[in-house]
Design a protein around this ligand. Structure first.
Ligand code: G
Ligand code: G
Ligand code: NA
Ligand code: MN
Length: 255
């Protein structure tokens, strides 16, 4: 069975596909604030395949739209299950692929799914990267305004890695900005340039009214260094790895 055929089967039947949830905590008190949903695929013979492998495969083989569809359904189903067992829900971020964001009728489609789920749209955030809007910024901003109008959140992912970051920030109606983990990785007490970059991105974003997330925080030292900047939320292995839905439900319970 080729990987593509196996992935096609998974997307069609849902078998082996599930979501992991990584907490975001508040910088000031470490309280659970929200989560990012990350798709996982367990191949019937080969076991877990990294998303860095199967997402590009899905893009090449025309499976990215049905996969993205599946991701939304899985997240909404997990959230409904948490709600049904009395958990206090927090906002969950879903990563969008370029093709998914630009498919015609995307906003209506999301709107319908949210209505069917009976979950508050405010509980869903969409994460997108600046490369998704490349050369289509005005159109993209219009779509994002429509998603916002539904009540959903918008987060700019991997911020700082694209080339048009500043004009993009000015024109895109987002609620939050996620500083790419490459900048966090480079943070050291003796390393001034990455500290200057993180400080500048964070204060610029805050001035523009965006919430600021530091991604990829792995160490206590990084956590401590980040205390100096205008950062609202922290995500990374230092806090928690992405968790299966059942484990994440326990975090919600404890919350
Ligand atoms: O956990 P991590 O290895 O999960 O993810 C690797 C990459 O795959 C990241 O760039 C991440 O944004 C992407 N990714 C993870 N889950 C999803 C998803 O549900 N949809 C899309 N489009 N990308 C995802
Ligand atoms: O592109 P995006 O930012 O959505 O990617 C999310 C990816 O980052 C996932 O693969 C997730 O597992 C990974 N990730 C989350 N926290 C950390 C971390 O602290 N360190 C590293 N190296 N990767 C992380
Ligand atoms: Na993301
Ligand atoms: Mn990111």
């Amino acid at each position: 069975l080729s990987m593509e055929t196996a992935l096609r089967n998974a997307v069609e039947t849902g078998e082996g596909l599930y979501m992991a949830y990584q907490p975001l905590v508040q910088r000031n008190n470490r309280q659970l604030a929200s989560a990012e949903a990350l798709v996982r695929w367990r191949h019937p013979q080969r076991g877990l395949i990294p998303p860095g492998e199967f997402i590009p495969l899905a893009e090449r083989s025309g499976l990215i739209l049905p996969l993205g569809e599946k991701v939304i359904d899985l997240v909404l189903a997990d959230m409904r299950a948490w709600k049904a067992t009395g958990k206090k829900l927090i906002s969950v971020a879903i990563n969008l692929s370029t093709a998914q964001f630009w498919q015609s009728n995307f906003v209506n489609h999301i709107s319908q799914k949210l209505r069917d789920s009976q979950l508050s749209p405010a509980l869903i955030t969409f994460e997108l990267t600046e490369s998704m809007l490349l050369n289509r910024e005005a159109e993209g901003a219009t779509l994002l305004k429509q998603l916002r109008a539904l009540g959903c959140g918008i987060a700019l992912d991997d911020f700082g890695t694209g080339y048009s970051s500043l004009s993009y920030l000015h024109n895109i109606p987002a609620h939050s900005l996620k500083i790419d983990r490459s900048f966090i990785e480079a943070l050291h007490p003796q390393e001034n340039s990455s500290r200057t970059i993180v400080a500048a991105i964070a204060s610029l974003a805050r001035e523009l009214g965006l919430k600021v997330v530091a991604e990829g925080v792995e160490t206590e030292q990084q956590w401590n260094l980040l205390g100096e900047y205008a950062i609202d939320f922290i995500q990374g292995f230092y806090i928690a790895k992405p968790q299966p839905a059942s484990h994440f439900a326990e975090l919600l319970e404890a919350n």
